[in-house]
Design a protein around this ligand. Structure first.
Ligand code: MOS
Length: 726
């Protein structure tokens, strides 16, 4: 099915099931510990053995020798796969560092061996007996801030240097009566999802099955084919329940590769969960950034010049964290510059993490806007409203599909009690606490991508939805069931959703906050096809008939859904070229009130509010959870999260959940999320966009600006820990 033009009214505009707060279908399974996660698939395959991964103890160099004699003789050991004895495997989709094989070590904790044993304890004990010697490489580059300003321009789209200009920034900035020029730093961050990377691999002849934790089933299948040099059709990937991904599970990691190699070697299913202490340095993280913002404005607050430059680094010297993405979209201004530079580093690979680019981008831009507002003596909300554009500022050939940022800001101000804020910093006290409020805007692109599904009638009036879509804790099961229930006119409990298996029709997968919009559009397409097929079978026009309460009304005739017998339809939703004229985005305002302890400098969040414009909200309950999750993650990035680099040896020191601090409930006492009731007719017939990444965009600005309002101290180097305030 093709979606060729912005859609007018359709059946969803009178939706009964879609748009209603619905508890997650998979909730009870997850809450009772019975949802089978990748590492726990005892239900599907017997005779499993355990793999334990060994990570390199240096950041750069070569393995000169590896002695496995003692380990091989240890109890229960079945095999040891070593990197020196394995030809380097290829990289899969999105991998920035090699995953296994050969003597070269390119980053700390790169996988260099895997011990396979009958039990987990035996594998782990034997792994400790491997003796590895290295030739340590010279000249490792670990000190990103020192390297960053001289880094070359990154490659942008179509390989062109990642720099865009409009008008004459330098002249306009020089002529502006009010200017700010500030530099911000954001830290390396870890996804630190609850469920580690985990895989069970089993071979049957030349066919490989991976029960794994992965956001993108098709990419995983293609990647494993490429990595192992086999036909992707011979790889099956199954990932029905996932304990968090945040972008970390977009791409294949060492657990899957080693489980596949080891299973081949021992001729039994091998299971591997990447040990928590390996995750920071073995897998992937969000790279640190340095960002310089220069903004020039008239005394009326209208921006005349804006430049956002971003420096980042990565192991391949490409694909760093680009903080500039939102800047061409958010605020008007005729003279503009964005540029993105990447340094080559010998640190573990950086890669996508929740709102890659935008999350740290807002940490700079939205504080710069606060600094500008203060210089101008204009309220920060008013400043943003005065710079609201009518076309995309960085690309005026494009129009916005639907944009309600001003409503988000105004409604948030009203609900949060913004008028009680004292614009002068360090004026409000509550006992020993200095109290302040901050605001930020948020923008995140709302991409949509092709997504297929199959919908079946079982002849008893039940509907079965099948697609390889994933649910990474986001609520996919539930919104897909709601979509099918709505379109087929059945109650929610008559719908069964089966996800995550590469044998099913190929979905969008979960990433880039495109999952909800794309996968529901695919299920909608399959349902519409099924309605037409039912019509053909029973002799009516499926598009004109009404499907409701398990019955079909076609003109004067009525049927029960089960009259159609067993029937299935497969379809996908493809979005037409027309969309290129539009910028389809999601918008938010974030508000925060903090208390900063006057003597210790400790920052405590007191309350947070997000007002979000994400088109139709398919399930307000799970959408709220998504935004709350984003806000918590944003609070972590602002106040505590930082992978600390050991600049001598080139690794992240705090490589577990004891050392890498993330917020807990007590850190965020009160959060509220409000959705504007909007529909975006451009994105799909569902008129729904995503919110999972929007939730983190702008959080840091609101908190950092509140800290400034509380204390009068402007910290531009995240995380804002107490040492930076006193
Ligand atoms: Mo996202 S960082 O594309 O899962």
């Amino acid at each position: 099915m093709k979606f060729d033009a912005p859609s007018g009214a359709n059946l969803f505009d009178k939706a009964k099931v879609v748009g209603k707060s619905t508890p997650r279908i998979d909730g009870p399974l997850k809450a009772t510990g019975t949802a089978p996660y990748a590492y726990e698939r005892h239900d599907v395959i017997a005779n499993q053995v355990y793999g334990d991964v060994v990570g390199a103890g240096i950041a750069k160099g070569r393995i000169s020798s590896m002695d496995v004699t003692q380990a091989r003789a240890a109890p229960g050991v079945l095999a040891i796969i070593t990197a020196p004895a394995t030809k380097p495997v290829g990289k899969g989709i999105g991998n920035n560092a090699p995953l296994f094989g050969g003597r070269d070590v390119t980053h700390y904790h790169q996988a260099i061996a895997c011990v396979v044993a009958e039990t987990f304890e035996q594998a782990r004990a034997a792994a400790g007996l491997i003796k590895t010697r290295y030739d340590v490489g010279k000249g490792g580059r670990f000190d990103f801030p020192r390297l960053a300003p001289s880094a070359p321009l990154a490659k942008g789209r179509e390989g062109k240097p990642d720099k865009q200009t409009l008008g004459d920034f330098d002249a306009a900035f020089a002529a502006a009566p009010v200017t700010i020029d500030a530099t911000y730093q954001t830290a390396d961050e870890s996804h630190s999802m609850m469920e580690p990377f985990a895989t069970i691999a089993a071979w049957e002849g030349d066919k490989l099955t991976l029960w794994t934790a992965n956001q993108m089933i098709q990419w995983a299948q293609d990647s494993m084919g490429k990595i192992l040099g086999i036909d992707p059709k011979n790889v099956r990937v199954d990932s029905p329940y996932i304990g968090g991904g945040f972008g970390g599970k977009l791409f294949i990691r060492a657990d899957a590769v080693l489980a596949a190699l080891a299973a081949k070697e021992v001729g039994r299913p091998v299971k591997i969960a990447l040990q928590r202490p390996l995750i920071a340095n073995n897998s992937t993280h969000r790279p640190a950034t340095i960002q310089r913002l220069r903004i020039g404005a008239g005394r009326d607050g209208k921006i005349t010049a804006i430049a956002h430059e971003n420096w980042s680094g990565n192991i391949n010297g490409e694909d760093g964290e680009n903080g500039t993405y939102q800047t061409p979209k958010l605020y008007a201004g005729a003279n503009r510059l964005v540029a993105n530079y990447t340094a080559a580093l010998d640190l573990p690979e950086g890669n996508a993490m929740r709102a890659p680019g935008e999350a740290p981008g807002h940490m700079a831009l939205e504080v710069a806007m606060d600094e500008l507002a203060e210089q101008l003596g204009i309220d920060p909300i008013e400043l943003r409203v005065r710079n609201e554009p009518d076309r995309v500022p960085g690309d005026p050939t494009k129009k916005f599909s639907d944009r309600n940022l001003v409503r988000c800001l105004r409604e948030g101000a009203e609900r949060f009690g913004w008028n009680r804020r004292n614009a002068k910093p360090a004026q409000v006290r509550d006992g020993h606490w200095l109290v302040g409020m901050g605001v930020s805007a948020g923008y995140r692109a709302a991409p949509i991508t092709k997504s297929a599904a199959r919908v079946r009638l079982d002849g008893e009036g039940h509907v079965v939805v099948e697609t390889d879509m994933t649910d990474i804790g986001t609520g996919s099961y539930t919104i897909l069931a709601q979509t099918a229930a709505e379109t087929m006119g059945v109650p929610l409990d008559r719908v069964k959703v089966i996800l995550g298996d590469s044998d099913l029709p190929a979905s969008s997968g979960s990433g880039g906050q495109w999952g909800a919009a794309s996968s529901t559009a695919g299920v909608y397409a399959a349902c519409v096809s099924l309605r037409r097929k039912i019509g053909e079978k029973l002799g009516f026009d499926g598009d004109a008939a009404t499907f409701a309460d398990g019955r079909i009304r076609a003109g004067e005739r009525t049927f029960a859904l089960k009259d159609a017998g067993e029937l299935s339809a497969e379809d996908q939703m493809e979005i037409g070229e027309f969309m290129k004229e539009y910028d389809v985005g999601t918008y938010a305002s974030h508000f925060c009130e903090v208390g900063v302890h006057a003597y210790t400098g400790e920052t405590r969040i007191r309350r947070m509010l997000a007002v979000c414009d994400g088109g139709r909200i398919l399930n307000p309950l799970s959408a709220r959870s998504q935004v709350i999750g984003g806000m918590v993650m944003g609070a972590g990035a602002t106040l505590m999260e930082e992978l600390v680099v050991d600049k001598r040896f080139g690794f992240f020191i705090n490589h577990d959940l004891a050392g890498y601090e993330v917020p807990v409930h007590a850190d965020i006492p009160h959060q509220d999320v409000v959705f504007l009731d909007t529909l975006d007719a451009v994105i799909s017939p569902m008129k729904a966009k995503g919110v999972g990444e929007l939730g983190i965009c702008g959080v840091a600005g609101a908190i950092a600006n509140a800290v400034y309002n509380a204390t009068g101290v402007r910290v531009r180097h995240y995380p804002i820990t107490l040492d930076k305030l006193i």
